[in-house]
Design a protein around this ligand. Structure first.
Ligand code: SF4
Length: 512
């Protein structure tokens, strides 16, 4: 793997430019590709493009691409960044003949939408196929490259899928603060120095992201994993704990900023076998920074939580999605009963970890009766938890998308809708917030009234929850999740305060 030390930022002629469109620098997919190219002696530059006002960057982008003399430009996108990717592709193609390749989750789940804009699009995991593709481009030759599996030319009929990586331990480690990196900032494209890293990284770079497995044991109908299983197979692929630790140590000890949490991006960290978790926890004692990890309720056991709670603090991020068993079984196709969920909450609680519970709102298949069930469950959550509300998005070609299409619902929202933007003023969202803080009886009662007085009371209480009680709860959870350690908690406050205030102000303005 390349040196983890920060190299001097420099664009190199005829290398690859990778563009990340996420709103922060936390794009682990692009970081993996960047490291794979560098490890194979291919010059690679990564441009993080968190800015949304793409038009303001037209000239800087043109100049940047021209000066770099790249052999190809790769753009990594999720569905939400589709319009942004189209604009950036247009800017690049308006003055340059460099091939533009789209990759990431969106082209994998919706390849046809990529072929109309990009020269090539990648379906599947690109670490190996991108290296092969770049080497083929370097060899030159007539016409487009047509025979690298997974890298599809837009003129080709159908598409091929990149073979999935079977041994994840062979991959070069992604860097927390990558070398040869740039960022869009103040209408310029600038080298990613420590100041800009702090400015644009999630929570100022204080959360170190890592992924120890690829794939999910579940196959929920609304999730991209529903489609990825057809692409990558249903088996969860795992790294060894030793390999994960080597990456963590390399990034942790070279991080330019203090690390508050190690954030596992695995779909379900806790689906690792007991032995894996035992080995990992033993190795991890060297670092011992609080963990954040996703956990499917049915995989949460006393033994696993006991092991993980030997690391101080931490957060378990758990999907509830709906309190209605009918919705979970028939709409989301999740094998999750109410009992399993309650048992999981109790285990997390017994081991003193904080919990964050995800709930999907605005599901057109749900009735008020289903909302009552969700309210009933969230009202039982212990005090060291918070809830995160999402808005249902029909991702193209998922099982739920196809079902909604058959049922005549509006499904063409996946390219523009952010699942993180919930309808704060909807009765459902308000009632869930109120139920979580003030209890089931009050929330359900106000919902059932449905008159002007009931709705007004719901609005006022939801406002109080969101802007007065939730922030205090977050601060308290921050303290608990840092193992009740005051020096660590102080550093956490320092890293999170500006982000927290910004979101607070944004949420206020969004209400208008
Ligand atoms: S458990 Fe989570 S990651 Fe896995 S398929 Fe369901 S929603 Fe997707």
């Amino acid at each position: 793997m390349p040196s983890m030390q920060q190299n001097e930022n420099a664009r190199r002629d005829n290398g690859v430019l990778l563009i990340s469109l996420t709103s922060s620098l936390d794009n682990i997919g692009v970081k993996y590709l960047h490291s794979a190219l560098l490890a194979n002696n291919i010059q690679s530059t990564v441009l993080f493009f968190p800015a949304d006002d793409v038009d303001e960057y037209t000239e800087p982008m043109k100049n940047f691409v021209k000066a770099g003399d790249f052999i190809m430009v790769g753009i990594s996108l999720m569905s939400i960044a589709f319009e942004k990717a189209v604009k950036i592709t247009r800017i690049i193609k308006s003055h340059s003949s460099v091939p533009v390749v789209w990759g990431g989750i969106h082209p994998t789940i919706d390849p046809d939408s990529a072929r109309t804009h990009a020269d090539y699009f990648c379906v599947g995991e690109a670490e190996a196929s991108l290296v092969e593709f770049v080497n083929r481009l370097k060899e030159g030759g007539e016409g487009p490259v047509l025979d690298v599996k997974g890298l599809n030319h837009s003129s080709q009929e159908g598409y091929t899928i990149a073979p999935s990586i079977t041994n994840l331990d062979t991959l070069a480690f992604p860097h927390h603060h990558p070398p040869y990196a740039y960022v869009s900032d103040a209408k310029q494209i600038l080298p990613l120095d420590t100041r800009l890293f702090r400015k644009h990284a999630r929570y100022h770079g204080s959360q170190l992201t890592v992924i120890s497995s690829r794939g999910c044991p579940f196959k929920c109908s609304f999730c991209c994993n529903d489609l990825l299983k057809d692409t990558f197979g249903s088996k969860v692929r795992r790294r060894s704990p030793e390999n994960v630790m080597r990456e963590l140590e390399a990034n942790y000890y070279t991080s330019p900023v203090h690390i508050n949490y190690v954030d596992f991006y695995d779909d379900c960290l806790i689906s690792h076998p007991d032995k894996w978790i035992e080995r990992f926890v033993n190795l991890y004692k060297k670092i011992n920074v609080p963990l954040m990890f996703h956990a499917i309720p049915s995989f949460i056991t006393e033994h696993k939580m006991a092991l993980l709670s030997s690391i101080p603090g931490g957060f378990a991020l758990v999907g509830l999605q709906s309190g209605s068993e009918k919705t979970n079984a028939l709409v989301y196709k999740r094998k999750q009963t109410r009992e399993t969920f309650i048992k999981a909450i109790e285990i997390i609680q017994r081991h003193g970890a904080c919990g964050s519970y995800d709930i999907i709102t605005e599901n057109p298949y749900e009735t008020e009766e289903d909302w009552h069930k969700t309210i009933g469950l969230v009202s039982k959550l212990p005090r060291n938890t918070f809830i995160t509300l999402y808005s249902l998005t029909f991702y193209k070609n998922t099982e739920l998308y196809r079902m909604a299409l058959r049922d005549g619902l509006n499904v063409e929202t996946h390219k523009t809708k952010s699942q993180g933007k919930v309808a704060h003023k909807s009765r459902e969202v308000r009632a869930i917030r109120v139920g979580f803080i003030f209890g089931e009886a009050i929330a359900v009662n106000l919902l059932q009234r449905g008159d002007v007085v009931g709705n007004a009371a719901l609005a006022v209480l939801a406002f109080v929850c969101q802007y007065f009680i939730d922030p205090i709860r977050y601060i308290r959870l921050g303290y608990i999740s840092q193992g009740r350690n005051i020096p660590r908690f102080t550093k956490l406050l320092f890293s999170f305060s500006s982000h927290f205030l910004r979101n607070y102000v944004l949420a206020f303005s969004a209400r208008k």
